[in-house]
Design a protein around this ligand. Structure first.
Ligand code: HEC
Ligand code: HEC
Ligand code: HEC
Ligand code: HEC
Length: 151
């Protein structure tokens, strides 16, 4: 499926544009997200918030625009390619590789890619704690990130 979407996306670019490909994929019943997953087009940060699904207590809404002002660069979150499973794109979706349960050869499962079981540490939490100690109001409680009404 992913390969197929990437090939369609490549062909579409030659034929004249993302809009056409998006329409085509929608017509074919592919989620538009597949267009971005692992495709060479995925080079700029999404402007609309991303919904990270999976946790029973609700999806997490992640907004690049707000975060880039604080994080500064992509590499803060999008780590370099690792030999166990090389990246297909510089900013490939975390969920391509980090799943529940972990999919070998990757050993870091979905939750661990973002935080430890008690959500006291991890990529998202560490920065939120640091920022909060400097007067910001970044979420550290489960229900402030995982919200049922996020979908
Ligand atoms: C604070 C953390 C963070 C920073 C900084 C960040 N990203 Fe992301 N990015 C994410 C997360 C989380 C996702 C969602 C991954 C998923 O859906 O599995 C994501 C997804 C993406 C995707 C969509 C991937 C796909 O195939 O669906 C692209 C493209 C992307 N980021 C590009 C960028 C670029 C370019 C920058 C720097 C200008 C950047 N990101 C900076 C956390 C970050
Ligand atoms: C192409 C696959 C792939 C993608 C995409 C990917 N990772 Fe990873 N990640 C790995 C591999 C391989 C490791 C090494 C450890 C392992 O095997 O789990 C790793 C390790 C980690 C670790 C453990 C600490 C470390 O650096 O070793 C964290 C945290 C992590 N990834 C978070 C993320 C986040 C957040 C994203 C998206 C912004 C992401 N990863 C995208 C493959 C990937
Ligand atoms: C480089 C630091 C940094 C990293 C890394 C980071 N955040 Fe944040 N995040 C912040 C700050 C600062 C705020 C509060 C922004 C403000 O004060 O308005 C925030 C706010 C949020 C919010 C609340 C947004 C709102 O509209 O209220 C969510 C949700 C969130 N972050 C999720 C995440 C997730 C998920 C990750 C990991 C993929 C992550 N963040 C990684 C700094 C960071
Ligand atoms: C800063 C935001 C943030 C906070 C706070 C947070 N989480 Fe998460 N959590 C995430 C993100 C992002 C993911 C990966 C996407 C997903 O599964 O929703 C995740 C994933 C998970 C998963 C994995 C779901 C699966 O399918 O494997 C569990 C379980 C989880 N969180 C539980 C918790 C608990 C319990 C707390 C509080 C003790 C908590 N989280 C606090 C952002 C957060």
């Amino acid at each position: 499926m992913l390969k197929c979407a990437a090939i369609l996306a490549g062909g579409g670019a030659i034929l004249g544009g993302i809009v056409k490909v998006t329409r085509l994929l929608t017509l074919l019943g592919f989620p538009v997200l597949l267009l971005l997953s692992g495709s060479a087009l995925a080079q700029t940060a999404p402007t609309a918030p991303i919904l990270l699904m999976g946790a029973p207590m609700g999806a997490v809404k992640f907004d690049h625009t707000a975060h880039l002002k604080v994080a500064g660069k992509c590499e803060i979150c999008h780590h370099a390619s690792k030999p166990e499973k090389p990246l297909k794109a510089t900013q490939e979706a975390c969920t391509d590789c980090h799943t529940n349960p972990a999919t070998p050869p990757v050993t870091t499962k979905l939750q661990a890619a973002f935080h430890n079981p008690t959500a006291t540490a991890g990529l998202c939490i560490d920065c939120h704690k640091t920022q909060n100690s400097q007067g910001r109001a970044a979420p550290v409680k489960c229900a402030d990130c995982h919200k049922k009404n996020n979908g």
